[in-house]
Design a protein around this ligand. Sequence first.
Ligand code: TYD
Length: 138
Amino acid sequence: MNVLNSVQMLEFNEKGDDRGHLVIVEGAKDIPFEIKRIFYIYGSDSDVVRGQHANRESEFVLINVAGKSKVKVRDGKGNEAVYSLNRPHTGIYLPKMIWKDMYDFSEDSVLLCVASTHYDANEYIRNYDEFLKIVNEG
Ligand code: TYD
């Protein structure tokens, strides 16, 4: 099975009225896991590449609640895809064991990251060669 097939864009319910917008993201309903952690990334220059890791356990949903960025995902078997995040009511679901790079941040980018786990540095794979080995050799 190609892990890239489970990467998907998600559309969230948006309630707009004359007071503005409100976007709803409920764990295990609007996204396919219970939410254990959120963090957000802002103030990254446009030439910065973040991420550059895979996670053994964590699944994520990334939402550019302001501004824009791009996410490149790789399965380590030669397949890759690039997604643009540029709408506050749209997110991307990233399964575990996928290599991700976030880049092309606009100056006003605020990238909200929703995770299925609490932070554990040990489940991060930060070396691409190690990732390739795990994916291709088990
Ligand atoms: P890092 O994983 O490099 O961020 P990104 O993948 O978004 O580029 O994380 C930056 C630092 O923050 C690193 O020292 C680990 C720490 N960190 C936590 O302590 N908890 C967390 O939930 C996250 C995502 C990072």
